[in-house]
Design a protein. Structure first.
Length: 376
C-alpha cells in the first residue's frame, strides 16, 4: 500500500515495489492532494493497473535498448529499423522521456518528415515509432500510444502501369547482355521477386520437368548492409514450384549453357547480381530512354518490381483462378478462400498455355520489335 510522507514543505506519495524497494510516485503542495493521489495508487495497485512513473521517465533511446533485446525479426528488417532509428526517430525523440512524447509532437514529426521523404517512407518510419510506443504501453511504461490514429498517407499509392508483352520485348532488346535480357523476360513471365531471380541456383532449376523450385532456406538472395547471402524467401507461401512455358524453358537453358557458375543469373565472373546496380545501369536506362541520344522511354519510371504487377495483370486478363494467381506469385489467400481453394494440374496447364500464347503472339505481331530477341 502507498503512504504519504512530508519532505520539506511538500508531501510525497510513496510506494513499495515488489522487490522491496521504495519509490516516489509524486510530490504535492498539500497533504489533501497527496492523500487523494495515495488512494488512487492503492486502487490501481489493487486492480494491477498501476503504472510506475519512474519507468516512464526513461528516454526513448533507453527504451529502444530494452525493447530490441526481446524483439525478433530478420536481419533485413533490423537493418531497416536501424536506419529509421539512426536517421529519423532518435535524432528527434532519443533524449525525450517516454511520458513526454505527446500526440502533437508526433503530428509535427510527420509534417517535418513529409517535407523531405516520400509518404510511403514516412508511413514506415511512423509505423516503427508507433510500434515502440505501443510496446511501451504493453510494458506499462506509459498509459497510451500518442501515435494512435495519426494519418500519414493522404494521397494513396500511385497506380502501377503494367507492361504489355511487346513492351517487355522492347525493354529486353535495349539491354546489352543476353542473360540480363532473359532475366527481364523471366521476371515478367513468372512474377518472381528480384531476390528469387538473383538467388536462383542450378540445383533448383528442373527444366526437364518444366519448373523452377524456390527452396525454403536458400530460395532468395538477400542484401543487408551491403553484404549478400542466400536465405529464406519472403514468406512461407513463397516456397513454391514455378511451372514454365516451353519458350522460357529454352531461354533458361540458353543461360545455363552459357556459363558453369552455380547461380543462374549472375555477373560475367559468377558474382551475385546487386539490385541497385541492375536498376541504375541496366533497367532504368532501358525503360526511361535517353534524351541525349533521342531514345524514347518505354514505360517511364517503371520499377523492376513492376514485372510482378505485370504478371498478375496478365493472369487476370486470361481469367485464371485466383488461387492459381496467388500460387504463381508466392502469396497466400486469406480466410476461407485460402482454406478451400487448391491448385490443380488443369490450372497449371492453363497458366503454361496462356503464357506461351502471349509469347508467341508477341513474336508474330505485325509490328515486331526492332531487333529479334533470339539474336546473339
Amino acid at each position: 500500500m502507498a503512504w504519504v510522507g512530508q519532505r520539506g514543505t511538500r508531501w510525497r506519495v510513496r510506494y513499495r515495489n515488489t522487490d522491496g524497494t521504495v519509490g516516489t510516485d509524486s510530490s504535492h503542495p498539500t497533504f489533501a492532494t497527496a492523500d487523494l493521489r495515495r488512494k488512487q495508487v492503492d486502487i490501481d495497485q489493487a486492480y494491477d493497473t498501476y503504472l510506475d512513473p519512474n519507468s516512464s521517465r526513461i528516454t526513448l533511446t533507453e527504451w529502444v535498448t530494452i525493447w530490441r533485446e526481446g524483439h525478433e525479426v530478420g536481419a533485413e528488417k533490423w537493418a531497416t529499423y536501424d536506419s529509421y532509428l539512426r536517421n529519423h526517430i532518435l535524432p528527434r525523440f532519443g533524449d525525450t522521456p517516454l511520458n513526454k512524447i505527446t500526440r502533437q509532437d508526433a503530428k509535427v514529426f510527420v509534417k517535418d518528415l513529409k517535407r523531405r521523404l516520400a509518404e510511403r517512407t514516412v508511413a514506415d518510419v511512423m509505423s516503427l515509432l508507433g510500434l515502440l510506443l505501443r510496446e511501451a504501453v504493453a510494458d506499462r511504461r506509459i498509459d497510451f500510444n500518442p501515435c494512435t490514429g495519426i494519418r500519414v498517407i493522404t494521397g494513396g499509392r500511385p497506380e502501377r502501369t503494367p507492361a504489355t508483352t511487346h513492351q517487355i520485348n522492347h525493354i529486353a532488346e535495349r539491354i546489352p547482355r543476353r542473360s540480363d535480357q532473359i532475366l527481364v523476360i523471366t521476371a515478367a513471365y513468372t512474377g518472381m521477386r528480384w531476390g528469387e531471380l538473383a538467388g536462383l541456383s542450378r540445383t533448383n532449376v528442373h527444366l526437364g520437368d518444366g519448373f523452377l523450385h524456390l527452396h525454403p532456406t536458400t530460395g532468395a538472395l538477400h542484401e543487408v548492409r551491403g553484404k549478400l547471402y542466400l536465405g529464406t524467401p519472403k514468406t512461407t507461401a513463397s516456397t513454391r514450384d514455378i511451372h514454365l512455358p516451353p519458350f522460357l524453358i529454352s531461354l533458361l537453358q540458353e543461360v545455363i549453357d552459357s556459363h558453369d557458375h552455380e547461380t543462374v543469373f549472375c555477373g560475367p565472373h559468377g558474382a551475385w547480381l546487386r539490385r541497385s546496380t541492375m536498376s541504375r545501369r541496366i533497367w532504368r536506362p532501358a525503360v526511361n530512354g535517353n534524351p541525349t541520344t533521342g531514345t524514347a522511354p518505354i514505360l517511364k519510371n517503371m520499377h523492376f518490381h513492376d514485372n510482378r504487377h505485370t504478371h498478375k495483370t496478365w493472369l487476370i486478363e486470361d481469367d485464371l483462378p485466383e488461387i492459381a494467381q496467388a500460387r504463381c506469385l508466392g502469396h497466400h489467400l486469406a480466410g476461407v478462400r485460402g482454406i478451400y481453394s487448391h491448385v490443380t494440374p488443369v490450372m497449371i496447364a492453363r497458366i503454361i498455355n496462356s503464357l506461351e500464347d502471349r509469347w508467341q503472339d508477341s513474336r508474330s505481331s505485325t509490328h515486331p520489335p526492332r531487333r529479334h530477341l533470339h539474336a546473339a
